[in-house]
Structures are given as structure tokens and as C-alpha cells.
Write a protein that binds this ligand. Sequence first.
Ligand SMILES: CC(C)(COP(=O)(O)OP(=O)(O)OC[C@H]1O[C@@H](n2cnc3c(N)ncnc32)[C@H](O)[C@@H]1OP(=O)(O)O)[C@@H](O)C(=O)NCCC(=O)NCCS
Length: 211
Amino acid sequence: MTGLVVREMTIADVPSMAALEAAVSREPWSAELFAGELDMHASERHWLVAVSVGEDGTELLTGFAGFMYIGVGAGAGTREDSVEEGSVDAGEAHLMNIAVDPAFQRMRVARRLLHGLIRAARSRNVDRLTLEVRPDNGPARALYHRFGMDAVGTRPRYYGDGGDALIMWVHGILGDEYAARLDRLAEPEWSDDLVHGPANRIGDEIEEFES
Ligand SMILES: CC(C)(COP(=O)(O)OP(=O)(O)OC[C@H]1O[C@@H](n2cnc3c(N)ncnc32)[C@H](O)[C@@H]1OP(=O)(O)O)[C@@H](O)C(=O)NCCC(=O)NCCS
């Protein structure tokens, strides 16, 4: 299998993630921080990585992204359950981090990662998504805007260097209108196999979809 593959993060990805992070972030996460994410319960975290797979099967990390879930129970129902039962206690997702290797930027890697995370989140009955971003991070803000997110406020001195953060939100991601947005953002060559939700963990079989 060659090409760009988006799959679940594993512990083996951590060194490459930390190296990529160090290359692109003003306040990089450590390898320990990334590894700790895998210790969290599957109802609390979901991380995906994008890898470029060579002819010989070797992988090169091109990007990663992770959600923190809030209000997603270990036995949370599916979207179908909530629609059928009219449940209103949908959960929320917080984008913890997203980064793409500069050599692979503007190739829709982040778009694909976010698309995969959001699709998996919807399958876990998550209805809203939030994040913080630096006001001067134009590329990230443009990416989030593509996914329907709006800036709703500021967190003063949010960052370690004293910088403020913009808070962005999108609500109603379980709805049909948002589903249509996701469809428009998907590239035709992306496989329709659903990215596995956060049930996957180290040792579980990893399934992939190929561009
Ligand atoms: C933000 C980042 C993750 C985007 O990754 P990417 O793979 O280059 O983004 P994509 O190619 O998937 O772009 C998706 C959309 O984002 C927007 N976008 C991405 N980079 C952009 C740029 N440099 N200028 C303007 N818009 C940009 C566009 O709307 C684009 O949609 P389009 O392809 O239809 O034009 C990447 O620039 C990055 O790693 N930056 C450093 C880390 C960072 O700032 N993370 C966010 C922390 S909040």
C-alpha cells in the first residue's frame, strides 16, 4: 500500500510526532506529553496520524491531530441511537493539537485529519467542537473556518509566552447540514471507510484507509 494513509496513533509514532511538533510549534509538546495521551481512556481522547507510505512499506509521518472528548461516556451511544431516542446529552470535542510537516503543507493533510476526527466524533454522539488558536495563525484559522468554526471570544494570556488565544466553536455537527459540509470537504479519492473511533488502542488491529 502506498500513498497517504490516515490511521490511529500508536506509541511508535511518538518520536516522530515530537520531532514534527518541535519543527512547527512555538510551544512544542514533549514526547512524554504525546505518549501520555495514549494512556487516557478511549472515551476521553482520539488521535490520528497521517503517514506517507513508500513502496517498501516504510512510513513517514506527515501530520497528526487529536481530540479530547468531554461528556462522551465509555458506553456512549452511536449517532443513530441518539437520533432515535432524541437524546440531548451529546458530547463535545476539543482539538488538542494539529500539525503538518512543512514539506507536506497545503496538500490537504490537515483537512483529511480533521475530517477523520470529526467523522469519528460524530459516530460517538459528539455535537460540538471547540479549540484555541493564536489570532495571528492565519493558516490554522482558515482551516478551522473551512470546518465551520467561528471565533467567539478570547482567552487572555492563554499561551505560555503571554499571548492571547481566540476561542473557536462549531455547534450542531451531528446535524444534516454539517454532514453536507463534511461531504463537500471530502476528496473523491478518500476511502469511505469510517476512521475507527477511539476504541482502538495499542495492540488493537489498526485499520487504514488509503488516498
Ligand atoms: C495549520 C496547518 C495544520 C494546516 O495544515 P495543511 O495540511 O497545510 O492544511 P490543508 O492543506 O489541509 O488546508 C486545509 C485548509 O486550510 C486552509 N489553509 C491551510 N494552510 C493555509 C495557508 N497557509 N494559507 C491560507 N489558508 C490555509 C485553507 O482553507 C485550506 O483549504 P483549501 O485546501 O481548500 O484551500 C499547518 O499549517 C501547520 O501544521 N501549522 C503549524 C502548526 C499549527 O499552527 N497548528 C495549529 C495550532 S492551533
